[in-house]
Write a protein that binds this ligand. Structure first.
Ligand code: ATP
Length: 256
């Protein structure tokens, strides 16, 4: 069953056609990767789904409802959460305060506390640093806080924009394992990644975006074996960072 759909979605920034007739269907409780080169429109797609960017054409449907006219906070209220590229934490606030920000729509303090305990168990390093200001954390730790903040409201769908950008290989594997844990919780994940090999190893299904249009889609395993994908996205420098065995470890850990 599809949780979220766009149909011939178009986004223009002035004269720039950032998305052209993008039709995607995101199945419920799966991990879906969006891969593509710089400027392909990946972030724009996530921002449009979150309501931060307005499309010029094409509806966005969530759980069967047309949400195109809903404000970002109304989409958040429905469980659509974006974890943006570059973490975007409040640097002078503590880790706890940053996470609290992600729950500003949550009125039930008991529910917040329970959810926080649950997340602290998944992110022990975040728990240890709860009282530290965010700016004093390493890049990897900040990424974990950003993901924890996105998860505090228990979203239906979590969109992660470049979660592994700038992270060391060990931390990249941690994020990969984390995505599997999130999926095991029944949360649908949309993963935007420059690291196509990693994304295709983690995801169930994937879309390839090229200059604002979907040019390929299919089960990740099929795209991994696809000649065009291999040539364009898997052969380049930096893409061989992780081998298959490494990421399988992440997956197994996540499902345990
Ligand atoms: P990257 O991997 O580099 O983040 P991306 O695939 O996420 O790229 P987008 O950030 O969605 O791509 O950008 C798609 C296109 O829209 C690019 O040509 C970009 O320059 C343009 N663009 C993005 N944001 C704006 C904006 N606010 N104003 C004008 N043009 C924009």
């Amino acid at each position: 069953m599809s949780l979220l759909e766009t149909s011939k979605l178009c986004v223009d920034y002035g004269g720039v056609h950032a998305l052209r007739d993008v039709t995607v269907s995101i199945p419920d409780k799966q991990v879906v990767a969006i891969i593509g080169a710089n400027g392909a429109g990946k972030s724009t797609l996530l921002k449009t789904i979150a309501g931060l960017v307005r499309q010029s054409a094409g509806p966005v449907r969530f759980g069967g409802e047309d949400i195109s006219d809903l404000r970002p906070h109304e989409r958040l209220d429905r469980g659509i959460v974006l974890c943006p590229e570059g973490r975007r934490l409040f640097p002078e606030l503590t880790v706890y305060e940053n996470i609290r920000m992600g729950a500003y729509l949550m009125r039930d303090s008991r529910r917040f506390r329970d959810r926080l305990d649950f997340l602290y168990a998944i992110f022990p390093r975040v728990a240890e640093r709860a009282r530290q200001v965010a700016s004093s954390l390493s890049g990897g730790e900040q990424q974990m806080v950003a993901i924890a903040r996105a998860l505090i409201s228990q979203p239906r769908i979590l969109m992660l924009d470049e979660p592994t950008l700038g992270l060391a290989p060990k931390l990249i594997l941690e994020v990969a394992g984390l995505v599997q844990k999130i999926r095991a919780e029944g949360i649908t994940v949309v993963l935007v990644e420059q690291n196509a090999k990693l994304a295709l190893r983690i995801a169930d299904y994937a879309f390839v975006l090229e200059t604002g249009a979907v040019t390929l889609q299919g089960p990740s395993a099929e795209l991994l074996a696809n000649d065009r994908v291999q040539h364009a996205y898997l052969g380049g420098e930096g893409m061989g960072l992780l081998d298959v065995a490494d990421v399988r470890v992440g997956r197994d850990e996540g499902q345990a």
